[in-house]
Write a protein that binds this ligand. Sequence first.
Ligand code: UGA
Length: 439
Amino acid sequence: MAVIANKCPQYKVTVVDINPDRIARWNSDELPIYEPGLEEIVKARRGKNLFFSTDVEKGIQECEIIFVSVNTPTKNFGAGAGMAADLQYWDKTARQIRECARSDKIIVEKSTLPVKTAQAMKRILTCEDNGIRFDVLSNPEFLAEGTAIRDLENPDRVLIGSSQTPNGLRARDVLVEIYANWVPRDRIITSNIWSSELSKLVANAFLAQRISSINSISALCEKADADIQEVARAVGTDSRVGSCFLNASVGFGGSCFKKDILNLVYLCRYYDLKEVADYWEGVIRINDYQKERFILKMLDALFNTLADKKVCLFGFAFKANTGDTRESPAIFVARRLLEERARVVITDPKALQNAMIDMEGESGDISYVEDPYAACEGCSAIAVMTEWQTYAGLDYERIYRSMVKPAFIFDGRNILDHQRLFEVGFNVFPVGKPGLTHF
Ligand code: UGA
């Protein structure tokens, strides 16, 4: 919404939320999320054509277009628990819009939703004939965290799904006109509403599948003395495959990949497509396997016991340039280390607050240290969890001196200079390459 306000000064954008603390922070100097470039835009547009408010009713009444961006977590109760999307917030929002609206509205699905949710939305909105017209569009978001502003300003594509009736197409054109303020027309794709909803789930499933594919091969490389980065390069230079998203890692995280694949799997099961469901579920299975493999590698290297050993996690965010830790592989690794009775030290430039919330209630020895040098002191091992660039530029001789020997580094992101670390004295274990050890 901030980017729309920035690109289209002729529109008035109001963001409403029922959480007063969150809205207060959006109106303050300290925004509730860290995203490079966002603060500048919010500060430039706020009070001019970008407003944040808790008055949901007024927001609904005053606007012509409503982007619904409520959360759709994985359902944790009842039918489809652990798989299907929890649509209660969507349902409540649709009812609130119906009750408050006094004029025609275009409703835009921004949240990622299972196929045919737009239809359900339309039915809830139109079940009472109060003379108000609602047109529902699907406009999934493809931005990635950490590069959100860049992705929004220069998207590969914008996707708008609508019903193919004259009213549906008219509503679609209104939304096309907004994006056309800065997105070239040939990158604004239109489709029917269900293709649009499904494309979002499938896009994330394909991206996650690439990571699971390369991660599965990383296990083979470690056994077969091959190098996953060399393999990824050789495979990715085939223009049909492409080179992006082939970085082997400790596993993917983030609020979307797992949730959206589970959703896809649930849909397939619902339609009795067992083989298709199993195929996509394999992407999640490999991701879980990769995280567990990382822990087992640490355990094996540190002489089959981690008890009482201090292990420092470099990074807790699910990826670099964000403070977001949702579904971060670091959460899994930290928990498993505590189970092994290791003493866990967590450092991260932006995610320490969230790390504390994630680890609340976990029993064991766990500490949070902002300075990576201080965090490593007295540790037996470092595990790189997040590809923050700052970790590649640290003084590893100084770090080595402050650690317990033998000292280990497990580079879960392959961002460090492994040969150099080995020469400093570390035993080094990258992902998808044989370890470099002094024994
Ligand atoms: C992802 C998609 O990339 C976006 O297109 C989509 O809009 C978004 O989900 C969403 O549905 O909201 P995001 O989760 O923010 O974006 O971040 P990604 O860059 O996709 O990274 C996801 C995870 O995969 C991270 O943990 C990252 O470190 C990991 N990853 C990524 C790898 O392990 N290897 C890679 O080569 C790339």
